[in-house]
Write a protein that binds this ligand. Structure first.
Ligand code: NAD
Length: 481
């Protein structure tokens, strides 16, 4: 069976202890490869390689760094089919989705930051007749990047691209649940000629690999995407060490549908924002609030579309709903469905595990599930389920729906459907959310600030925000005389 290796100092290497973890294909429920069960010793080797590579990498010209990152982007596209298939097998997501979204976006992440550094401005502040200040941005040194399983290569590259572009060297840890495309990525880095030690990828479990990265005295910044509780642990370690921290955490996003919206567009986009990637996108809108006047209409049209979603083998072209990422996660989602039932939710669609016929009969599939009749503050509407489960709730006015929307501890994204621009602006001001989409969902301009408020995170990624995070600022003040 295939083994995945760590990528340290430019080489593909076994973990020091020669210990391995099983890697599952969630669509068939079987182990199909092994991944390093690395520990602090491997993190130390990765750090050492990154530290040695830093002086040369940070002194390269912007054009030299840009060229190698662009080469990586080009190789991702060249290997689109292989990477998409690997992502689908490792994660359970439909192959068509990986091919259309995940892998192209990974390439775009690399080329976006490869070119961003060529077009950056730095600030100057003039003081009349006295002095001029300019802002110098310097790479930090060795930084840590820790990413989750839901959009494996997409989110992995979203962190390491700005980190490398800004001149840092990196110790990175992909999720142990979906390590395959990060492994293939390390081979791409070799082929692209990324100097050894600039990027180091250590595979393994959070406490055995992620924690040593977080605790490492000389890894000066941590960029983390994952669950809120993991983020809390990382912050507890890193904050007293005065590390720079970027935390992109969980969400429980509201999707607010006003009666004056384009109903057909709201319905079809809401199906996507509910169930894309089996609801395992931090930006999915799992709480759908619908103005009472159109509640029945929306509900009927929405259910109609949900019941037509094809669930099954991720490798089939027609599949819209693939497998959940693991058995553990499926059990967690099914448990949430049980709680929704126990709390008196009315099940409108789905609600069960699903066993497709054929090769995927033992896979981790859950039907797209829709409830109504639950209060806005019950567990189902407050806790992140991160699966194909949404609720429908009617509302009568703006104040009421703002109260519902802002009632959770999270604040990542929100969607508002209305043709009234004033209403959209009012809502955008009042929603406690890092991102508000009006009449759309998941439309992404990579220059914009990306991140959450409340327990959805600290800091912003994207464009200059990410490049600022991965650099230290020095103000240089030069006297005119
Ligand atoms: P997770 O927190 O379990 O794991 C994320 C990463 O952290 C993994 O690589 C894991 O191995 C590592 N990790 C675990 N324990 C650690 C520790 N003690 N120290 C350091 N690292 C540790 O999250 P997950 O289950 O992989 O991903 C799902 C979560 O990610 C959801 O909550 C989702 O909302 C969130 N997410 C957020 C965003 C965002 O942009 N805000 C994007 C995607 C996913």
């Amino acid at each position: 069976m295939e083994k995945i290796y760590n990528y340290i100092n430019g080489d593909l290497v076994k973990p020091k202890e020669d210990a391995w973890l099983e890697n599952y294909n969630p669509a068939i429920g079987e182990v199909y490869s092994f991944i390093p069960d690395s520990d602090g010793q491997d993190v130390d080797s990765a750090y050492k390689a990154a530290q040695e590579a830093f002086p040369l990498w940070s002194k390269k010209t912007l054009k030299e760094r840009s060229d190698v990152l662009q080469k990586i982007a080009d190789l991702i596209i060249k290997n689109l089919d292989e990477l998409s298939l690997a992502e689908s097998i490792d994660n359970g997501k439909p192959l068509a989705l990986a091919k259309k979204v995940d892998i192209p976006r990974a390439a775009t992440n690399m080329s976006f930051f490869a070119t961003a550094i060529l077009h950056e401005n730095s600030d100057t502040h003039q003081m009349n007749q006295l002095a001029i200040n300019y802002t110098l941005r310097k790479p930090i040194g060795v930084v840590g990047c820790i990413s989750p399983w839901n959009l494996p290569l997409y989110l992995f590259t979203w962190k390491i691209a700005p980190a490398l572009a800004a001149g840092n060297t990196v110790v990175a840890k992909p999720s142990e649940v979906t390590p395959m495309t990060a492994y293939l990525f390390s081979k791409i880095c070799q082929e692209a000629g990324l100097p050894k030690g600039v990027l180091n990828i250590v595979h393994g479990l959070g406490p055995k690999v992620g924690e040593p990265i977080t605790k490492h005295a000389n890894i000066k910044a941590i960029s983390f995407t994952g669950g809120t509780e993991t983020g809390r642990k990382i912050a507890a370690i890193a904050a007293p060490m005065f590390k720079k921290l970027s935390l992109e955490l969980g969400g429980k996003n509201p999707n607010i549908v006003f009666a004056d919206c384009d109903l057909d567009k709201a319905v079809s986009t809401s199906v996507l924002s509910s169930f894309s990637n089996q609801g395992q996108i931090c930006l999915c809108g799992s709480r759908i609030f619908i103005e009472r006047k159109i509640y029945q209409d929306f509900k009927n049209k929405f259910l109609d579309k949900v019941q037509n979603l094809t669930i099954g083998d991720p490798l089939e072209n027609t599949t819209k709903i693939g497998a959940l990422v693991s058995n553990d996660h499926m059990q967690k989602v099914l448990n949430h469905i049980q709680i929704a039932n126990d709390d008196g939710g009315v099940l409108l669609s789905g609600g069960k595990q699903y066993a497709p016929e054929g090769r995927c009969e033992n896979g981790y599939f859950v039907e797209p599930t829709v409830f109504e009749g639950l209060s806005y503050n019950c567990a189902t509407n407050q806790e992140e389920i991160f699966g194909p489960v949404v609720t429908l709730t009617p509302f009568d006015n703006e104040d009421e729906v703002i109260n519902y929307a802002n009632s959770t501890k999270y604040g990542l994204s929100a969607t508002v459907w209305t043709k009234d621009l004033n209403k959209a602006n009012r809502m955008s001001h009042l929603l406690q959310s890092g991102i508000v989409w009006v009449n759309c969902w998941l439309v992404r301009d990579l220059r914009t600030p990306f991140g959450g408020v409340k327990e959805s995170g600290v800091g912003r990624e994207g464009g200059a925000y990410a490049l600022n995070f991965f650099t230290e600022t020095t103000n240089v003040c030069i006297s005119y005389d």
